[in-house]
Design a protein around this ligand. Structure first.
Ligand SMILES: NC(=O)c1ccc[n+]([C@@H]2O[C@H](COP(=O)([O-])OP(=O)(O)OC[C@H]3O[C@@H](n4cnc5c(N)ncnc54)[C@H](O)[C@@H]3O)[C@@H](O)[C@H]2O)c1
Length: 267
């Protein structure tokens, strides 16, 4: 899909990958709705975009961890710029660690990392099928194809996010609905640095030891190209494809390697 003149919604757009996506899509000519639980941050992103092209962006405070939050966001975007062409479900949380993770943390992880995608799609796809066109992209993670050492909730919810995107593509791909799924490894954002993935558990050091940490703008560049090409799997770290192949070839060997990595990191 060529994003010039299109209406794009990006969730988690107050900072990190979401903000970089909002800027890149806007530079490609899109009108952009920047949504985030952090309403002030979303507003700031929209102000930056409107400073480049007046009236081309809207900042929305939205909790995508509820169905009502997704419905309200889609309504606000429709009111501002008409039917959405591309919805980018990028918001995510890196909270939770092991078997002792509190139930409320599990619930938030599933709500934001997985159910949010389903709720958005539920309220977008019928309109897209009727129109014969629409694009759904989600941010999962390389952890959704492999695993996240140190976080069971992150591993599970990101696998579920990949599974949902695949299902959506299989079910609606022949009815005009394009689907892509972004699966990065380390990206230099609050989540990796100060946030839950970096601080609360082993995640940050694992991600750093696993390979290159990319800048959000570099990820956004790869994403724009993939959306232009309408490719399903977006791997800003191309080595992830090799890891997935190795896992599929010999899962016991792969699990052994992951256990060694975990032991090395936890010292
Ligand atoms: N940084 C990495 O290394 C990395 C790697 C792979 C995948 N990811 C994924 O990339 C996505 C973006 O994360 P990031 O790295 O830019 O981190 P980030 O913390 O900068 O961005 C996440 C954003 O999501 C927002 N958010 C959280 N809960 C929300 C909710 N209920 N409703 C609306 N917004 C909500 C946050 O306020 C924040 O602005 C996430 O899905 C994350 O899991 C990140």
């Amino acid at each position: 899909m060529d994003l010039n003149g299109r209406h794009v919604v990006v969730t988690g757009a107050a900072g990190g990958i979401g903000k970089a996506l909002a800027h890149r899509f806007h530079a490609a000519g899109a009108r952009v709705v920047a949504a985030d639980l952090n309403g002030e941050g979303a507003q700031r992103t929209a102000e930056e975009l409107n400073a480049v092209r007046a009236g081309s962006a809207l900042g929305v405070a939205a909790d995508v961890g509820t169905e009502a939050g997704n419905v309200a966001l889609i309504g606000a975007a429709d009111d501002a710029f008409g039917q959405i062409d591309l919805f980018f479900a990028n918001a995510g949380v890196g909270t939770g660690t092991d078997l002792d993770t509190p139930e409320s943390v599990w619930e938030t992880a599933f709500a934001v990392n997985t159910h949010a995608h389903r709720w958005a799609a539920k309220h977008l796809v019928p309109g897209w099928v009727a129109r014969g066109e629409g694009y759904f992209c989600s941010t999962a993670s390389a952890a959704g194809l492999l695993s996240q050492i140190g976080s069971a909730p992150y591993s599970m919810t990101k696998h579920a996010a990949v599974a949902f995107a695949e299902w959506l593509s299989i079910t609606y791909g022949d009815r005009g609905v394009k689907v892509s799924c972004l699966c990065p490894q380390g990206v230099n954002t609050d989540m990796l640095n100060g946030g839950a993935l970096g601080g609360e558990n082993l995640g940050g050091s694992v991600v750093r030891s696993a390979g290159v940490v990319l800048e959000p703008a570099d990820v956004a560049e790869v994403v724009l190209q993939a959306i232009t090409d309408e490719r399903f799997l977006i791997l800003p770290h191309p080595e992830v494809a090799t890891y997935v192949q190795r896992k599929a070839t010999d899962v016991d060997r792969w699990l052994g390697g992951m256990r060694n990595l975990q032991a090395r990191i936890s010292g």
